[in-house]
Ligand binder design. Structure first.
Ligand SMILES: NC(=O)c1ccc[n+]([C@@H]2O[C@H](COP(=O)([O-])OP(=O)(O)OC[C@H]3O[C@@H](n4cnc5c(N)ncnc54)[C@H](O)[C@@H]3O)[C@@H](O)[C@H]2O)c1
Length: 468
């Protein structure tokens, strides 16, 4: 896979950043999707940044400029940071923390079985960094998405750890709003920078790190900043589930969702972002953040029926995909189904909570033989569960060989460029389920395919071709 930012001319380069940004010493704890982007971005802005991660293999690779994640433009940024000496990586807190004026927490906060956010990694990070503080009082900046009250918990943990020493606990919540697949662009063009703290001075100190970006800065208290992040993600998830519910209605009444969206989204109060029908939302953020906000509601005894419905509709999109394939193919037992796309969306290697993975599991459990292609997974099969690896194929065309149906489950741009005449010739049957509405229905049908999109008007079932 090539790393390119050519299609994104808006991505900032050092020339576009205001010179004169005061260089600060920053440690970033956790070098995953968020931590690495923030570390490399802050380095590009002129700060001196050390990324810390407990994963030794990851750190070794990062020191060589090798990335495990697929994020357009990030490899170039990391390479520039390493070459300039503004960016380094380590597993040793002792190396990064004592000198740091700002310590960012960007560790993962996964979902517990109960739906809460698991704060074990945050606690572990605080326990590791506290002994390395050498009398200075750096600002601890929490970027990990974590429940309302986490900033105060971090404060208490630090106070306990630092009780014997003359170090102040200074905490700022600085939620991250980047989207995977366009993280670099989002870092350099944030819609807003939210900084929440007990101390407005500390909050503004953190905001000053981003000075070159000219973004609006919103200063709040700790809890408000934490709430802003959960509300933002839960609202995006709500939009997706809402339009998916409407899409299922459209399927039944014979109305086209794309036209409905076009007619609705022109209203500037509504807009078109996160308003496309498909097989549902996934990834490491939206599902867990909706669950965590519901959990916050339960903790405070406040009912959250909208959030419950958002989750329910999201589950239904997966089962609806399988049901619709079944309604055309009959039993799925022994059917050969080609799948294009396994990551939770395009331009990322991330398969966490991917709707595509869920749909493949359902299809496989129903007895279908899966032949799957995904550009990121083809390059790194360990991204999917072991039982999926025999399903993998090296190209989109290998995946469709002798298939009864093709299911498009991720909206990778390259799927639009595959020659569908060749695809049809390779398949036994001519059914396409377009779970992301990436294809032009009229064009596909003109080629002789039977087409099912999400919320798109159904075509009449075609006779099964038995001549090939
Ligand atoms: N991925 C996104 O698009 C996104 C966007 C906004 C916010 N967030 C939030 O940011 C946080 C990080 O998400 P991510 O996607 O970058 O996670 P990730 O899983 O990609 O990376 C987390 C990294 O933290 C490291 N880590 C864990 N515990 C550690 C410790 N004690 N010390 C040092 N390193 C440790 C892990 O080894 C891993 O490399 C989460 O709270 C997430 O909800 C994510």
């Amino acid at each position: 896979m090539t790393e390119t930012i050519a299609e994104r001319p808006a991505v900032v380069t050092t020339e576009k950043v205001d010179q004169g940004v005061k260089t600060r010493r920053v440690a970033v704890i956790g070098c995953g999707h968020v931590g690495l982007t923030v570390a490399a971005g802050l380095g590009e802005l002129g700060h001196s940044v050390v990324g810390v991660d407990v994963n030794e293999g990851l750190v070794t690779e990062l020191c060589r400029g090798e990335l495990r994640i697929h994020e357009p433009g990030l490899a170039d940024l990391v390479r520039r940071g390493l070459d300039s000496g503004r960016l380094a990586f380590t597993t040793h807190y002792d190396y990064a923390v004592p000198e740091a004026e700002f310590i960012f927490l960007a560790v993962d906060t996964p979902q517990t079985l109960a739906g809460a956010a698991d704060l074990r990694n945050i606690r572990a990070a605080i326990n590791s960094l506290a002994p390395a503080l050498n009398g200075s009082s750096p600002i601890i900046v929490n970027k990990s998405t974590s429940p309302i009250g986490t900033g105060e918990t971090i404060e208490e943990l630090l106070r306990e750890a630092l009780v014997e020493r003359n170090v102040r606990a200074r905490i700022v919540s600085n939620p991250e709003f980047l989207q995977q697949g366009r993280g670099v662009d989002d870092f350099f063009h944030p819609d807003r920078i939210v900084v929440g703290s007990r101390s407005a001075v500390d909050a503004l100190e953190v905001a000053s790190l981003y000075e070159g970006l000219h973004s609006e800065v919103i200063v709040t208290d700790l809890r408000t900043a934490e709430m802003i992040k959960y509300v933002a993600n839960s609202f995006l998830a709500t939009r997706i589930s809402f339009i998916n519910e409407i899409a299922r209605l459209c399927e039944s009444i014979g109305v086209d969702i794309d036209q409905v969206v076009e007619g609705v989204a022109q209203d500037p109060r509504i807009g078109s972002q996160f308003f496309r029908a498909g097989i549902g939302f996934g990834g490491s953020c939206l599902p867990k953040d909706v669950a965590a906000l519901r959990y916050v509601g339960e903790t405070f005894g406040v009912a959250t029926p909208v959030l419950s419905a958002v989750q329910e509709v999201n589950r239904m999109q997966r089962t609806s995909a399988v049901r619709r394939l079944q309604s055309r193919l009959g039993s799925l037992e022994g059917r050969r189904i080609a799948v294009w796309g396994l990551t939770f969306k395009r331009d990322t290697e991330d398969t966490r909570e991917s709707p595509a993975i869920d749909v493949v599991s359902l299809l496989s459990n129903a007895g279908a033989h899966i032949q799957a292609y995904d550009p990121a997974v083809a390059a790194n099969p360990s991204l999917v569960p072991e039982r999926f690896r025999p399903f993998l194929r090296a190209t989109p065309l290998e995946a469709v060989q002798k298939a009864d149906a093709l299911a498009i489950l991720t909206d990778w741009t390259e799927f639009k460029d595959v020659d569908l005449v060749t695809v049809r010739a390779a398949m036994i049957n001519d059914l396409i389920f377009d779970g992301r509405n990436v294809l032009d229905q009229a064009e596909v049908e003109a080629l002789g395919f039977a087409y099912i999109g999400v919320g798109r008007s159904a075509t009449l079932p075609r006779r099964r071709r038995t001549d090939r």
